[in-house]
Write a protein that binds this ligand. Sequence first.
Ligand code: 13P
Length: 230
Amino acid sequence: MIYAANFKANHTRKSTENYIEALNAKLGAKKAEDKVYIFPPSSALDSYEGDFTVGAQNAYPTQNGAYTGEIALEQLDEFDIKTILIGHSERRELLNENQENIVEKFSFFQEQDFEIIYCIGEPLNIREKGFESVMQYLLAQFEGIDITYAKLTIAYEPIWAIGTGRSATVEEISTTHRALKNVIKDIPLLYGGSAKPANIKEIASIAGVDGVLVGSASLDAENFSTMILS
Ligand code: 13P
């Protein structure tokens, strides 16, 4: 299983250090085959040591330059960061990233040989239209994306399950993951959306779920390690 923590705009440099110390104290007990990723905010990126990979939540697809408020490859290279989240629904919706911007970002970081966790997910009104609409919506988010890229992981995160406390049901996750796996084949597929200690076992046991991308429940190291060790 893959356990990825997306801090979003939570945690500071200091609290991320404390978090990693607390997490490291627990990770000795994790299964060797399980992989852990941590995506702190940009201001807390650093060269942390431990049995996990640190990635960036976002970066501008360029070496460096006049991109006010952004970070780029140079700032990631400083800490040897080679992993990035692309296409998160919060960036698509709140930061107005369109598919064209996302494809540009994907291609750039693919060229840089980054490990990419590429996020897709449908809003509630699409889910309510039925499964065919859901798949149509999700597959459109693969437009321009090289889904055969060897260092790719996909995260399916239904927007209506993010931060709401209400995860998708086993049935919803299972049917969506099965359909997505038909398209992405052997590419690992994560589920995200209110994954937490109380539902991790159930989610992890669904066929086609290779891991979880966790927001709220990852913010506390104790909670997140409970998920990893459960
Ligand atoms: P929550 O776990 O808070 O629902 O967030 C999921 C998410 O968006 C992870 O990227």
